[in-house]
Design a protein around this ligand. Structure first.
Ligand code: MLT
Length: 313
């Protein structure tokens, strides 16, 4: 039996739950500065991150040979160089389900906020201007388009139906029976979806295929007065194209939780765009989600270090 504990470093903010597990030493250091992570990493068997930490070659070099498992406390693994990890024999695990409801609820919030001009009215009221001229739009009987009918997109569809929206989705990777089960209409192409909907929300991972998927051409295909929500990953909806479509008055509003570069610079083009609601990548940030994410990812990583990956899944 091992006498030295297996060591796990958690370098991003999360709720890791009970850190006492026999045979393991788990160090929680939420929001550890990158230089510190690089400096300390060689003494660990596993690293647990969220989206803040870029797991790139530099970080893996700093880790040396001991690191065997990387746990991503969340869904997206776009912050991790998977190829470099696999070359080094490092197993990458995520927590694919724990924060799905929170992410979906945030997307619905952005849709409602844009439809009713929340950001605009909040800003004006605080500035002493009592502006009751603004007219919003109702969601009921409108059509919501969802790109990506995976775990999060499916929950968005369900909640949207509760608000009496008709839901159409585009996802070439999802079988027909899932659309039927969810009562969601299938669009056979992105172009078809864009031409049909009043509101659009994206729920895909960030990949070569999805980066810039909604650009100027795609936004122009949306009906005038449409609302666009991106609570998935920065850059799936092109940032400059979104601002242009809002400024030109083609879009009624938009909501974004994610940026190409996070945190954004203080002069980011989103900051002065009309009727654009912004949150700071908070999709997964609820007490409930973070409790589940922490338990799920710590459980999976410890099981993997024990050599049994399936146990933690
Ligand atoms: C995710 O991919 O699940 C989120 O980005 C999680 C996070 O906030 O780190």
């Amino acid at each position: 039996p091992r006498t030295t504990p297996l060591r796990v470093l958690i370098c991003d903010e999360m709720n890791p739950g009970d850190l006492h597990h026999e045979g393991f030493e788990i160090d929680y250091a939420g929001n550890l500065p990158r230089e510190e992570t690089l400096r300390r990493l060689s003494g660990y068997d596993a690293l647990i991150t969220r989206s803040r930490t870029k797991v790139d070659r530099e970080l893996l070099e700093a880790a040396g040979d001991r690191l065997r498992v990387i746990g991503r406390g969340g869904v997206g693994v776009d912050n991790i160089d998977l190829e470099a990890c696999s070359r080094r024999g490092i197993l990458v695990l995520n927590a694919p389900e724990s924060n799905n409801v929170s992410a979906a609820e945030l997307a619905i919030m952005h849709l409602l906020a844009a439809a009713r001009g929340l950001t605009r009215s909040d800003r004006k009221t605080r500035a002493g201007e009592w502006d009751r001229k603004f007219l919003g739009v109702e969601l009921k009987d409108k059509t919501l388009g969802i790109v990506g009918l995976g775990r999060i997109g499916s929950i968005v569809a369900d909640r949207a139906q509760g608000l009496r929206l008709k839901v159409v989705a585009f996802d070439p990777y999802v079988p027909e029976n899932k659309f039927e089960r969810l009562g969601v209409e299938r669009a056979t192409s992105l172009d078809e979806l864009l031409g049909r909907v009043d509101f659009l929300t994206v729920h895909t991972p960030l990949t070569e295929e999805t980066q810039g998927m909604i650009g100027a051409r795609e936004l122009a295909r949306l009906k005038p007065g449409a609302i666009v929500v991106n609570a998935a990953r920065g850059g799936i909806v092109e940032e400059a194209a979104l601002v242009e479509a809002l400024s030109a008055g083609h879009l009624f509003g938009a909501g974004v939780d994610v940026f190409v570069e996070e945190p954004p610079t203080p002069d980011h083009i989103f900051l002065n765009a009309p009727n654009l609601g912004i949150t700071a990548h908070l999709g997964a940030n609820t007490y409930e989600a973070q409790e589940r994410v922490g338990a799920e990812i710590v459980g999976r990583v410890l099981a993997a270090l024990h050599g049994d990956v399936s146990k933690g899944a």
